[in-house]
Design a protein around this ligand. Structure first.
Ligand SMILES: *Cc1c(COP(=O)(O)O)cnc(C)c1O
Ligand code: SF4
Length: 331
């Protein structure tokens, strides 16, 4: 039994304040961490909140959290097989913001913005500006979902859906909750990982009020990301009655190691979270240096299985364009 207490955050900036205060200048990052950085323009700028920076080790250019956010020259190399739309999302038609690829589930691209720019992100070239949703767009989405009884689950994604403010999220969840055939509303988010204070009272209020099953899929790649403040935030979500799962991306030089992944699974479980997917990298231009091949991925899962209960072993998966589900390779 875990006893959850609310700590006094009154002296810290709100999550919005922390977003504003995020580090965007590589020179500033270099000063804070005492490292050298390359001066390059990748077209996908540095963005990292200070609370995430604080979990990196000073003076270590190979820090696994730093590698996920620091622009490097190798991103500019063009590699065969890598594209700007690796999972063929940009050609999908339907109401604005909707991606209906799999049976029973629809995904909504709620916003283009994120609290952190992850170098390996498969949506780093996504034309988000053409996807901003107006009030009418939302209305059209509700009508589409209400008119299709085969849809039981709505996945709010992005960008990061928790970039929307709690007033908007409260309205979206109550509109969705009014659709009888929906059972589940799912959020895919990395925001609380980089700013744990995003799990604030206003968020817990609409979470508590929602009559549908809520699922939060967090995106944590390395055990060093899971510090006390993040564990605390995740336990609050769990205590709200939500299901909390985690997905990771398998990244060379970050988490391609059985001991690291095993440690992550154990730490997630202590924070009330179960591992869900371990994704192979989508072949997005600029991220080739993170690639771990399928054979190595399967080997890692076998090593994890040897040391963990089955429920702490994630499924190794990849996104295949035009397939009826994500392709599960092992796990
Ligand atoms: C990943 C994804 C889903 C959810 O798939 P699950 O296997 O249910 O997690 C749904 N729609 C799209 C477009 C996706 O990319
Ligand atoms: S938070 Fe998610 S969507 Fe945003 S840049 Fe990172 S991986 Fe991509």
């Amino acid at each position: 039994m875990t006893i959850i207490t609310f700590s006094d955050h009154s002296l810290e900036p709100s999550w919005q304040g922390q977003l504003q205060n995020a580090v965007r200048d590589p020179g500033q990052l270099a000063d804070i961490l005492g490292i050298e950085v390359e001066d390059i323009d990748t077209g996908f700028p540095l963005l990292v909140p200070r609370s995430y920076l604080a979990r990196m080790k000073s003076g270590d250019p190979q820090d696994p959290l730093l590698r996920q956010v620091l622009p490097v020259g190798t991103e500019l190399l063009k590699q065969p097989g890598y594209s700007t739309d690796p999972v063929a999302e940009q050609s999908i038609k339907g109401p604005r913001g909707l991606i209906q690829k799999y049976c029973g589930r629809v995904l909504i691209v709620t916003t283009g913005s994120c609290a952190v720019n992850c170098r390996y992100c498969f949506r780093r070239h996504y034309p988000y500006d053409s996807q901003r949703l107006s009030r009418d767009d939302w209305q059209a989405l509700y009508e589409h979902i209400a008119g299709d009884c085969s849809i039981t689950e709505v996945i709010l994604s992005g960008g990061d859906p928790l970039m929307l403010n709690d007033r908007t999220l409260s309205s979206v969840t109550s509109e969705l909750a009014a659709i009888p055939h929906l059972t589940t509303i799912r959020f895919h988010t990395r925001l609380p990982v980089v700013i744990p204070d995003r799990i604030c009272d206003a968020l817990l209020e609409w979470v508590d009020a929602c009559s549908k099953q809520l699922v939060f899929v967090t995106h944590i790649n390395h055990p060093n990301e899971l510090d006390d403040s993040l564990s605390h935030a995740l336990l609050l979500l769990k205590a709200s009655g939500s299901t909390v799962l985690n997905q990771s991306v398998l990244l060379k030089g970050v988490n391609d190691d059985a001991a690291i992944l095993t440690g992550l699974s154990r730490k997630l479980f202590s924070a009330g979270v179960l591992p869900y997917y371990l994704h192979l990298l989508d072949p997005v231009q600029g991220a080739g240096h993170f690639d771990v091949d399928e054979r190595a991925g399967k080997h890692l899962i076998r090593q994890m299985s040897a040391g963990l209960p089955g429920y702490l072993v994630p499924k190794l998966a990849r996104e295949v364009p035009d397939a009826p589900a994500k392709q599960v390779l092992i796990g």
